[in-house]
Design a protein around this ligand. Structure first.
Ligand code: HEM
Length: 483
C-alpha cells in the first residue's frame, strides 16, 4: 500500500508534471493580467504588456527614441512601451503632464541619479524636499542676476575663442575636437558664475572632467532599471569599465573642486550667500549634501551646453550662407543684447532643438484620478508617462523638414513650435538653470561668430551620431571641425 502511494506521488511530481504546472500557472497569471490589465486599451507591441526587459534593452542599446518614434507611426500618439509605462508623442500632453498644478511627480527612477547617496535638486521626487533647496538658489538664476554676471562669463567665452584659434593653427588642417573645448567652456561658465571660482579648463589641452562627464552620461543606459537593480548593475559596469582608472581620477578632481568651493563658502560667505553653494549652506543644507549638489550641477552644466555649442558650430560651418547672415546681423548691431537679435535667436533655438542633449522621455507618475486628454486614450493613475524631446523636436507636423538646420523657421514660430520646444523640459521641474544656459549659449555664439573663426571650417562628419540615453552620448566621443 505504502509503496503504491510513493509510486503515485513520484509520478505526480515527475519533472514533466512540475514543468506543465509551472507553465500553466504562468499562462493563467498572464491571462488574468491580460483581462484585468488597466492599460489593456493602450496600443503597443505585445511584448511591452509582458515585461519591461525589452525596453531596458532598447535603452541600453541607445536606440530607444528612434524605436518608440516608429511605434508612434504605427500605433498613434499614445503607446505602451512596458507593463506600466506609456509614451506620448502629441505636444498637447505637455501642459497636463508637466505644467498644470505644478505637473505630475517625477518617477522614482530619478533616484538613480542621486549623487554620493544625496538626493539632489534634479533627482528629488518630493516637492517639499526640493522646495527648500530650489528656493535658496532660484534668485541666482533670475534673468537680471544672470545678466549682471555677464562680464565674468564673457571672459570665459573670450578665452574659448583664443583657445580655438590656437588649436586651429596648431592642427594645420587636421581635425579639431570642438566637443571637448565646448564642454570646458560650459564647465568654466557654470563654475565661474555659480561657484564664484572657475574650474579653469578652457586653456588646458584636454578637459580633466571628461571621464567624469562620460561616466555620468553612461549611467543613462540603465536609467529605467529599478533602484536596487540599478545600483548592482552600475557598480559592476564601473568595475568592468576599461576606463575605470581615468573615471576615478577625473571624479576625484571634480569632488576636490566641489569640496574646496563649499569649504571656502562656509568660511567666508556672509548673509544669505552669493554663490550656489553658499545659498544652499545658508538654507541649512549640510556640507556633504551641498558638495553633492555642486557635483550635480558641474555635470548638468557641462554636458548639454557643450553638446549644443558643438552642434551650433558644426551647422554654421556646414552652412556658410547662414553663418554670413548671423555675422551681418551681429556686425550691424554692435551694441545690441544678442538675446534680442532674431536670426541669432533662430540659430540658438535650432541648435537646442537638433542637439537633443536630453532626447528621451522625462517620466512622471499619473496621479489619481488618471490622465484625460480629449482625443487620446485615458491613462490610469499610477502609470509612468512621459514625452521626449527627440520625438517632439523631429515631428514633421510641427517642424517641417525636421532634420534640417533652419534658423529661419524661428523668425515666425507657430504656437505648436513654441509648445513643443522641450529642450529645457517644462513646468516646475524644467531646467532650473535655463536662463543661465541660454545666456551662456548666446554670449558664446556671439563671441565665436564675431571672431570669424568658423570661416573656412567644415564638419568632419555628415551627422553627429548619438546613443539615445537620458543624456545623449556622442558615439564617436568627439565632434570635429577641420579648416
Ligand atoms: C543647454 C543646456 C541645458 C539643457 C539643454 C538642460 C536641460 C535640462 C532638462 C531637459 C531638464 C529637465 C529634466 C526632467 O524633467 O527630467 C533639466 C533640469 C535641470 N537642469 Fe538643466 N539643462 C541645461 C543646462 C543646465 C545647467 C547649466 C545647469 C546648472 C546649473 C543645469 C541644472 C539643472 C538642474 C539642477 C535640473 C533639475 C531641476 C529640477 O528638477 O527641479 N542645467 N535640465
Amino acid at each position: 500500500m505504502a509503496s503504491s502511494i510513493v509510486v503515485a506521488l513520484e509520478s505526480l511530481f515527475s519533472p514533466v508534471n512540475i514543468g506543465v504546472a509551472i507553465v500553466s500557472a504562468l499562462i493563467i497569471t498572464e491571462l488574468c493580467r491580460f483581462y484585468t490589465d488597466p492599460l489593456g486599451h493602450i496600443p503597443g507591441p505585445f511584448i511591452a504588456r509582458l515585461t519591461p526587459l525589452w525596453l531596458w534593452k532598447l535603452t541600453w542599446s541607445g536606440v530607444e527614441c528612434r524605436t518608440i518614434a516608429a511605434l508612434h507611426e504605427k500605433y498613434g500618439p499614445v503607446v505602451r512601451i512596458a507593463p506600466n509605462e506609456v509614451d506620448i508623442s502629441d505636444g498637447v500632453a505637455i501642459y497636463p503632464v508637466y505644467i498644470r498644478n505644478g505637473g505630475f511627480l517625477k518617477s522614482p527612477i530619478y533616484q538613480n541619479y542621486d549623487v554620493n547617496g544625496s538626493v539632489t535638486i534634479f533627482s528629488g521626487l518630493d516637492p517639499g524636499h526640493r522646495a527648500i533647496r530650489a528656493k535658496a538658489v532660484t534668485p541666482i538664476f533670475a534673468q537680471k542676476a544672470v545678466a549682471s554676471g555677464r562680464p565674468a562669463v564673457q571672459s570665459v567665452a573670450d578665452g574659448m575663442v583664443t583657445e580655438l584659434e590656437r588649436r586651429k593653427d596648431e592642427a594645420c588642417g587636421e581635425p579639431v575636437d570642438v566637443l571637448n573645448l565646448f564642454r570646458a567652456l560650459a564647465l568654466d561658465t557654470v563654475t565661474t558664475y555659480l561657484c564664484g571660482e572657475s574650474y579653469g579648463s578652457v586653456g588646458k589641452q584636454r578637459l580633466s572632467a571628461t571621464a567624469f562627464v562620460d561616466d555620468f552620461v553612461a549611467g543613462g543606459r540603465f536609467f529605467y532599471l529599478p533602484g536596487w537593480i540599478f545600483n548592482h548593475v552600475s557598480d559592476w559596469a564601473a568595475k568592468l569599465d576599461k576606463n575605470k582608472v581615468s573615471i576615478v581620477a577625473s571624479t576625484e578632481i571634480i569632488e576636490q573642486f566641489a569640496t574646496r568651493v563649499v569649504d571656502r563658502s562656509m568660511a567666508e560667505e556672509k548673509g544669505e550667500g552669493q554663490t550656489y553653494q553658499g545659498r544652499l549652506l545658508r538654507a541649512g543644507i549640510s556640507r556633504d549634501e551641498t558638495i553633492a549638489q555642486v557635483i550635480d550641477i558641474m555635470f548638468a552644466g557641462t554636458d548639454a551646453a557643450g553638446m549644443t555649442m558643438s552642434l551650433l558650430a558644426c551647422e554654421l560651418a556646414r552652412h556658410p550662407d547662414k553663418y554670413e547672415h548671423a555675422r551681418k546681423e551681429l556686425l550691424a548691431n554692435p551694441d545690441a543684447d544678442p538675446q534680442c537679435l532674431p536670426y541669432l535667436t533662430g540659430i540658438i533655438k535650432e541648435s537646442l532643438r537638433l542637439s537633443n542633449a536630453n532626447p528621451t522621455r522625462f517620466p512622471r507618475i499619473v496621479p489619481s484620478p488618471g490622465l484625460e486628454i480629449p482625443g487620446l486614450p485615458t491613462i490610469p493613475a499610477g502609470t509612468s508617462v512621459g514625452l521626449g524631446a527627440y520625438i517632439l523636436h523631429l515631428n514633421s507636423d510641427v517642424f517641417p523638414e525636421p532634420q534640417k538646420f533652419l534658423p529661419e523657421r524661428w523668425l515666425n514660430p507657430t504656437p505648436e513650435m513654441l509648445r513643443d520646444s522641450f529642450y529645457f523640459g517644462a513646468g516646475a521641474r524644467q531646467c532650473i538653470a535655463r536662463n543661465l544656459a541660454s545666456a551662456g549659449l548666446y554670449w558664446s555664439a556671439e563671441a565665436l561668430i564675431r571672431s570669424d573663426l568658423l570661416r573656412g571650417a567644415r564638419p568632419v562628419d555628415e551627422k553627429i551620431e548619438i546613443l539615445e540615453w537620458f543624456n545623449a552620448k556622442v558615439v564617436k566621443g568627439k565632434i570635429e571641425l577641420r579648416w
